[in-house]
Ligand binder design. Structure first.
Ligand SMILES: Cc1cc2nc3c(=O)[nH]c(=O)nc-3n(C[C@H](O)[C@H](O)[C@H](O)COP(=O)(O)OP(=O)(O)OC[C@H]3O[C@@H](n4cnc5c(N)ncnc54)[C@H](O)[C@@H]3O)c2cc1C
Length: 389
């Protein structure tokens, strides 16, 4: 067990922090409020090799792991400019394709995902299924050598920026008629594929979409990997998703905490700075402790994930990734709430820029998997308790 990062990891952290400082929260906010995107930051991060740091070197990636990708997102979020699509494109989609794609699929998708020149969104959530992925009704039927996909998806992030969406659907078993999960790479310009923005009340540049798949005809090569391996593929993508959501949440928590402490050190309304009052100092110290605990679990999850890529032991990584995501979301919600509180009225002004993080920090409790579904997972898998649903 080693609790110190390598020289390479520390250098990566420092380099990403430098890039983050160049853009910062003012850039993020400006793009979010004007309906813009984080394109310049994405492109610069990609040029520096940060976006595909986890993807295989033979496809132009950095050849490192989820640990390093999480460093990138955590440092950008800590500078106030986290890139949500990193959770999706290199982490979920890149991991799944690198592990399960056919040689042609790897050759087609990985170089552009690694270079950041192309973004792939991820669509699992459906309006009527919600957290219950057993109720997914997006179905692919065979039509000769092709597939025809029909269904609806909701809350899918970044579809406007994406070349394709990795869609979680189901295929019907020809003999039994039973539906089995299957993953399809669906280019966003495929006829029959359309999307409409959802009006969200989150201050964030990346937008969420409703997807409509009406008789979307896809070549056989759109089905990722082996038809029978979809569940394994999904799990391979979901751990990175949770680790990266933790990185975004812990980074944002660091950003909010930094704002609060620099304010609390300066602002004086009695004889000492407000940070000297235990009523403010203790909750901030508590946030710091909870944040560091969350980071530790995220780092454990990423380490296990990077090892499991070799030995196929995803289960321990899954437990840690779920726990990390839970802890990171809680730390982020508390950090932002306490930052607002510590700054009094200024905590709610546009100028001080922390109130705008409130909905964003709440998002991490809901997406990509809700707090309650993580508690269900831990209750059932770690504690062996029975299921209520
Ligand atoms: C900003 C944002 C971006 C997103 N991006 C994507 C994306 O890119 N791709 C994608 O596929 N999805 C995306 N999502 C969807 C997200 O994954 C879902 O919102 C989330 O999984 C919860 O599903 P739901 O909203 O349908 O809630 P529901 O499933 O309807 O749940 C509502 C509430 O009931 C609780 N609940 C449900 N079942 C149980 C149970 N058995 N026990 C206890 N409590 C339960 C939930 O925890 C929640 O609190 C995004 C969502 C948001 C908000």
């Amino acid at each position: 067990m080693n609790f110190t990062e390598t020289d390479e990891q520390l250098a990566l952290r420092a380099a990403v922090a430098e890039l983050g400082a160049k853009y910062g929260y003012s850039y993020f906010l400006k793009q979010a409020r004007s309906g813009g995107r984080l394109t310049e930051l994405w492109q610069e991060a990609a040029r520096l090799g940060f976006i595909g740091v986890n993807l295989p070197e033979e496809y132009g990636g950095g050849g490192a792991g989820m640990y390093e990708l999480a460093i990138v997102l955590e440092e950008l979020a800590a500078a106030g400019c986290g890139l949500l699509m990193m959770v999706v494109s290199p982490a979920i989609c890149g991991t799944i394709i690198a592990r399960f794609g056919t040689p042609e699929q790897k050759q087609h998708w990985l170089p552009k995902l690694a270079s950041g020149s192309s973004i792939m969104a991820f669509g699992i959530t459906e309006p009527d299924a919600g957290s219950n992925s057993h109720k997914l009704t997006t179905v692919a039927t065979r039509d000769g050598d092709s597939w025809v996909l029909n269904g609806r998806k909701i809350y899918i992030s970044g579809v406007d920026e994406a070349e394709a969406v990795l869609i979680v659907g189901r295929t019907a078993d020809a003999k039994t008629g039973k539906l089995r999960p299957a993953l399809f790479a669906v280019p966003t310009d495929t006829p029959g594929f359309s999307f409409r923005p959802l009006e969200m009340d989150i201050v964030m540049p990346e937008k969420q979409y409703l997807l409509f798949l009406d008789d979307v005809k896809l070549p056989a090569s759109a089905l990722i990997g082996d038809e029978g391996a979809a569940l394994l593929q999904l799990f391979a993508g979901l751990n990175p998703e949770r680790i990266m959501a933790s990185a975004m949440a812990t980074g944002s928590a660091r950003y909010a905490l930094d704002k609060a402490i620099s304010y609390a050190r300066e602002r004086t309304v009695w004889s000492v700075p407000i940070g000297a009052h235990q009523g403010l100092a203790h909750p901030l110290a508590q946030v710091k402790i909870e944040l560091e605990l969350a980071r530790l679990m995220m780092q454990k999850a990423a380490t296990l994930q990077d090892r499991s890529a070799d030995v196929g032991a995803d289960q321990a990584a899954g437990e840690a990734a779920n726990m990390a995501k839970y802890a990171a979301a809680e730390a982020s919600v508390r950090a932002v709430d306490q930052a607002v509180q510590s700054m009094g009225g200024n905590g709610l002004t546009k100028e001080y820029g922390v109130a705008s993080l409130l909905a964003l920090s709440r998002t991490t409790r809901i997406a990509p998997v809700s707090r309650e579904m993580i508690l269900n997972f831990v209750a059932q898998n770690s504690l062996g308790l029975p299921k209520s649903y």
